[in-house]
Design a protein around this ligand. Sequence first.
Ligand code: CDP
Length: 212
Amino acid sequence: MIVAIDGPAGAGKSTVARKLAERLGFRYLDTGAMYRALTWLALREGLPLGDPEPLGELARRSPVVFDEVGRVFIAGSDVTAAIRQSRIDQVVPVVARHHPVREVMRERQRELGLQGNAVIEGRDIGTVVAPDAAVKIYLQADPEVRAARRQKERPDIGADALATDLRARDKSDRERMQPAGDAVLIDTTGLEVDDVVTRIEGLVRERSLATS
Ligand code: CDP
């Protein structure tokens, strides 16, 4: 069974998806980390971020690998911490928008999703990567709350710059990626992580009962 969790930055996707996967005993796949890792590598290689084909080729020959504790590797480097820097936040949508890049990533994400039960987190999981997912969730939250949550994870950037970056990324992502029509929308603004996880867990269990 696939559980798709989509939504913008700071809506709570990663925390919720990770905990949910733990509770259900499902694998967890963070598709954003894949685009982030590729962006990190493209910057290291000095590739122009506006050229689709070389970036698609780089994605094809440098698969992103996750280990069992969730560390992220690309081209032999552990990039788990490096991909969470604001310099990556700022440019990842530029890399992620190219079709050749998305083709490679989506293909891999589907392969990983096919290996059994999984919680997959991203922006286009319920719409494109796993349109047949058994449960689709779209998390959202007020922009101020999302910025405040993200600020705690980004000591390297000031609050104003972070809010500006978040707005720019929202705009760029939203132009290309919308919630699935059949996704359950959850506004996490005033909710605790555990409440969100419990609600989704309930939906997953209902769904498994309905299909068993
Ligand atoms: O955690 P946060 O929402 O900040 O970002 P993320 O999930 O790590 O994704 C980083 C960026 O990768 C997004 O802003 C999108 O531009 C891109 N992305 C995408 O295009 N498709 C996905 N399935 C996941 C991420």
